[in-house]
Design a protein around this ligand. Structure first.
Ligand code: TUI
Length: 315
């Protein structure tokens, strides 16, 4: 079986991670991705310690393959879920929306491989120095909380700056994107949006339908003014946020309050007007519901085909 250094590092067959999407990435999705040969990841964002423990045990019942847990570092539960990850000896932890340094010693002591999302070369170098096993260089094409740089600009600069494996994320929707990531120097990819419409993904059907119907220009970001830009589909909710963001006198707290509970409304209730339908810019390329196994097989068959046929001078 073909392999590369990322596959060997985490014990997977295909060098692909499923993004740890808040409210979305549960045991059903994570186990399906792991059973299909990628790395499934449970999102701890919306869980406290007990809820995360329950999700981990569900996932263990559904797969014998390795899976990871993602910690959203702005979560009020970050401290307690970080402790659960070490206690449960989860093979891989990914982090997002902040600097994971304060948890790294504890995780490394418990043999947990730490793979942070980094939006910059500076953070990539810092976590590499502190013992990260790999980094996920995520460009602003992605859904949810986004950094400034694009995947095209960020990935090669991170690859030049660190010796550990680099996983590319943001704007990857099919095998062409996977091939491009490898051309930029990455040795793996992380996808979120494509897995939103996976058959094993348990989000509300309205969410899936909105992603399936989305065009290239149907996402927008809000929240940049207050330091936490978030990408989601354009709807009444995101337009309301955009209108309020630059109102004179609005405070960060007042703005944050407007968004509370909106992701949950999208994922659990399918509230098309009031929900926050986070997804990346490649939503316009997603037009079919497939199983995780079909998605992963298609991505890598297409990537290998594209790489084989790539010629610069004969187009
Ligand atoms: O974390 C994400 N994407 C997310 S988290 C999330 S949960 C949520 N967000 C808003 C409202 C409701 C729920 C939704 N999407 N991606 C990983 C990511 N991390 N993107 C960017 C970053 C990042 C940014 C700054 C990582 C580190 C960082 O460090 C700054 C520093 O302190 O050095």
């Amino acid at each position: 079986m073909a392999s590369n250094r990322l596959c060997e590092l985490v014990g997977i067959e295909y060098p692909i991670f499923q993004g740890g999407m808040a409210w979305v990435a549960n045991a059903s999705l994570a186990s399906a991705v792991s059973n299909a040969g990628g790395l499934g990841i449970i999102a701890a964002m919306n869980s406290n310690a007990d809820q995360l423990r329950a999700e981990i045990s569900k996932c263990r019942a559904l797969t014998e393959k390795p899976f990871g847990v993602n910690v959203m570092l702005m979560s009020p539960f970050a401290d307690e879920v970080a402790a659960v990850i070490a206690e449960e000896r989860i093979p891989v932890v990914t982090t997002g929306a902040g600097n994971p340094s304060k948890y790294m010693e504890g995780w490394l002591a418990a043999d947990v491989k730490v793979i942070p999302v980094v939006p910059s070369v500076a953070l990539a170098k810092m976590v590499a120095r502190r013992g990260a096993s790999a980094v996920i260089a995520e460009g602003g094409e992605s859904g949810g909380h986004v950094g400034d740089l694009t995947t095209m600009a960020l990935v090669p600069q991170v690859c030049d700056a660190v010796e550990i494996p680099v996983i590319a994320a943001g704007g990857i929707g099919d095998g062409r994107g996977v091939a491009a990531a490898f051309m930029l120097g990455a040795c793996g990819v992380q996808l979120g949006t494509r897995f939103l419409v996976a058959k094993e993904c348990t989000i509300h059907q309205n969410y899936k339908n909105k992603v399936l119907a989305a065009r290239d220009i149907d996402t927008m970001t809000t929240g940049k003014r207050f330091g936490h830009p978030v990408r989601c589909l354009k709807n009444d909710f995101s337009r309301m946020l955009a209108e309020n963001e630059y109102k004179p006198g609005i405070t960060a707290e007042e703005f944050e309050k407007l968004g509370v509970g909106a992701l949950r409304k999208a994922v659990l209730d399918g509230d098309t007007a009031g929900g926050s339908f986070m997804c990346g810019q490649i939503a316009g390329m997603v037009d079919r519901e497939q199983t995780c196994a079909e998605i992963i097989r298609e991505l890598f068959t297409q990537a290998e085909d594209v790489l084989e046929r790539t010629k610069i001078w004969e187009k």
